[in-house]
Write a protein that binds this ligand. Structure first.
Ligand SMILES: [Cu+2]
Length: 424
């Protein structure tokens, strides 16, 4: 067994830690008991720093933090990772991850240990805005973070922005009857041809789905070139059971608002009532495949109470809280077919995913002449066979078959197109 990692830091130094959840299943609860964390960036984008005691990190998320060592006496500290219960955020099981932090004071700096004691624990990125049961813990959802304007993100727009605005409601859950991981009741089925070069061969209609019926299909969301896209990512209705970390490829997004469930006096979670799943059914009885705002005036997103438009934090992975929602904004300025999916691998593999179909018109005009399409390959001549029926050039045959299979699956084409488009 390898020894546990020990990080050595001196009180006179500033040390930056980048924490990444490369897991595929669970969010983690991270802390260094006795030391506060000065958190500065998430998913590579800076925000106005905030000091917390613990961080929840979902699969695919990243958080950059420094250690607040101003009132810390030298010594060894634990760096701890726990799995927690998503309903009440209490630790589950034994410690999952452990490292050591060796704090030194090589320059004999005078330490004032009498820190102003705030007995409230502060927790960043909880999927609630009020910590259930434990009143002494204060939650900071990421939607409360403020972007650091002094560190403006680079502009990666490949096409100019238009005035057009579209709002999409996407509900993440496990709808009946099969309880497959789905978005708006659609279990994602992978296309069998390249979605970039042969879009006409795709059936993305999902025609068997309706507002209360689930289906399996190549779910695609068309984004108009250059337009502003508001996505209301919801986690309500009869298929809502767990929070989902949703990751978008090809884009980062601004987190404009998060809506959360509340708790009654018994600690029972009550889903947010801001979302209207169905004009007929109660939310709890609806699949919520065709959601909207309960208050129709919120369709103009500037009317949504508490929406952050001045300095919203930017991310590429956002938790859609169980019983709540996250409102994000992206711009359709990066033509391509982009995957959007839950980063819990089991959910993604089962179908909680879709393709952002961002402007076929911009892709097709960049196709190189004579580029082969899927199905256009020709099988080579049959391999000569030995009298016993086995292939004479067995290793070469395997290679040819393997390459053939790659063509069939069109993986190569996707890669070719992507690299070509990016090099323009
Ligand atoms: Cu999920």
């Amino acid at each position: 067994m390898a020894p546990l990692e020990t990080y050595s830091v001196d009180i006179s130094e500033t040390n930056l830690f980048r924490m990444i959840n490369v897991g595929s299943a669970s969010p983690f609860l991270f802390s260094v008991p006795g030391i506060s964390l000065i958190v500065k960036e998430t998913d590579g984008y800076p925000f106005l720093e905030t000091t917390v005691d613990k961080i929840i990190i979902y699969p695919a998320e990243r958080y950059d933090f420094e250690l607040d060592l101003r009132h810390v006496q030298p010594g060894m500290f634990n760096m701890t990772v726990y799995i927690f219960n998503e309903r009440n955020l209490e630790k589950e099981g034994k410690i999952l991850g452990l490292a050591f932090l060796n704090v030194t004071n090589l320059q004999s700096i005078t330490i004032n240990s009498s820190r102003t004691t705030d007995k409230n624990m502060t927790l960043l990125n909880c999927p609630f805005d009020v910590y259930p049961k434990v009143s002494k813990t204060k939650c900071i959802p990421v939607s409360h973070l403020k972007s650091n304007k002094a560190a403006q993100p680079l502009n990666f727009d490949l096409v100019s922005r238009s005035q057009e605005l579209t709002i999409h409601f996407l509900n993440f859950g496990f709808p009946k009857p099969k309880n497959y991981s789905s978005i708006n009741g659609r279990r994602f089925i992978w296309p069998t041809v390249s979605a970039l070069s042969q879009p006409s061969e795709l059936d993305t209609s999902c025609s068997k789905c309706d507002s209360e019926t689930s289906c399996e299909c190549t779910h695609s969301l068309t984004l108009k070139t250059g337009s502003e896209i508001i996505m209301v990512l919801t986690n309500v209705g009869s298929g809502s059971f767990i929070s989902h970390p949703i990751h978008v490829h090809g884009h980062t997004f601004e987190v404009l608002k998060m809506g959360f469930p509340t708790f009654n006096e018994n600690g029972t979670l009550i889903p947010s009532n801001d979302i209207l799943c169905s004009p007929i059914h109660l939310n709890k009885d609806s699949q919520c495949n065709n959601a909207t705002w309960r208050n129709s005036s919120w369709m103009d997103y500037r009317n949504i109470p508490g929406i952050s438009l001045l300095d919203p934090v930017r991310k590429d992975t956002i938790v859609v809280p169980y019983g709540g929602y996250s409102v994000i904004r992206i711009w359709a300025t990066n033509p391509g077919i982009w995957f959007m999916h839950c980063h819990i691998d089991k959910h993604m593999a089962e179908g909680m995913a879709l393709m952002l179909n961002e402007s076929f018109e911009n892709i097709n005009k960049n196709l190189p002449d004579g580029l082969p399409t899927c199905h256009s390959f020709r099988n080579g001549p049959k391999m000569p066979q030995k009298p016993n029926g086995k292939n004479a050039f067995f290793p070469f045959y395997i290679m040819a078959e393997g390459f053939d299979e790659l063509y069939r699956r069109c993986l190569i084409f996707n890669l070719l197109y992507m690299s070509r488009l990016k090099n323009i």
